[in-house]
Design a protein. Structure first.
Length: 284
């Protein structure tokens, strides 16, 4: 009895399932390595595409961000974010957040973690923090590699703005950091969807696929102009508001509204995940 009492008195729920342990587990998983490799290869695929296609100069006298891709490393990094923000960067967020709890259930290891004992709230918190951390790392990895590859191919220089003017390299780096932060915040809806679904199913593919599918539905609805101002309540409506940050005089209103909409949905979904999991019968 004394041994049991000693163990019980030394038990601290806050020290169960440390973030470091969970992070190491997730970093060693094959899907993490594959996702990192895909994001690391994308800039080189675009470099090859521009090399084959030649100068992406403006067409029909209308210059877009894509047309300035080869102007400098900063422009190339911005183009990589532009082509990835709508869909590709959704995948790692949905994967890391949707696979986190459902995968434990599919391996029949979830009940053993809870029997350790790891409090349910602590289990979800540890997994959510690590999943969001990996999602942010994925979004940082892409522009960093793109900036390095673009600088090697096109040189280090200011970020040329399609509408005219340029941002010096220091300002461009700061603005690109703001862009990455905004994209991460705008993807919190996908993170919330994936995490909530992960607590509701034992099939990781279902959670990941469901989050990606609902995100695509949001993009489709945003394209329906007949919805009018109702589209303002769709996170997808604000996903490219970061373009206002790469202007000579940045405009923050769109990004503020987009962040508010995304975080509102995300907080509700995270709350539903914690509330539902606390009452769930875990049998796998």
């Amino acid at each position: 009895m004394s041994t049991l009492t000693e163990v019980a008195s030394g038990y601290q729920a806050g020290r169960t399932l440390p973030l470091r342990v969970e992070l190491v587990r997730q970093l060693k998983r094959r899907r993490t390595l594959v996702m990192g490799a895909v994001l690391a290869v994308l800039p080189f695929v675009l470099l090859l595409a521009f090399a084959i296609g030649g100068d992406p100069g403006g067409r029909n006298d209308r210059i877009t961000l894509m047309d300035t891709a080869t102007a400098s490393g900063a422009n190339f990094a911005a183009v990589n974010l532009f082509v990835s923000a709508g869909f590709l960067l959704v995948i790692p967020v949905a994967l890391f957040c949707g696979d986190t709890v459902a995968s434990e259930a599919s391996w029949s290891s979830l009940r053993y973690l809870l029997a350790a004992p790891v409090p349910r709230a602590r289990l979800l918190w540890s997994k959510l923090v690590v999943a969001l951390g990996l999602s942010l790392a994925a979004m940082i990895l892409l522009p960093v590699i793109a900036l390095a590859a673009g600088t090697a191919a096109y040189g280090w220089g200011p970020l040329q703005i399609p509408t005219g003017g340029a941002l010096d390299t220091g300002t461009a780096a700061q603005r690109l950091a703001v862009v990455v932060a905004y994209i991460f915040m705008s993807q919190m809806v996908t993170a919330g969807l994936a995490f909530w679904l992960s607590t509701r199913t034992d099939a990781p593919l279902g959670a990941v696929g469901g989050a990606v599918g609902l995100t695509i539905v949001g993009n489709v609805l945003d394209a329906v102009t007949a919805l009018g101002h109702w589209r303002d309540f769709l996170p997808a409506h604000w996903q490219f508001a970061w373009a206002d940050a790469v202007q000579p005089t940045p405009e923050w209103s769109g990004m503020i509204q987009g962040t508010a909409v995304s975080m509102t949905y995300a907080l509700v979904l995270f709350a539903l995940a914690f509330r539902g999991f606390a009452r769930k019968d875990v049998v796998s």
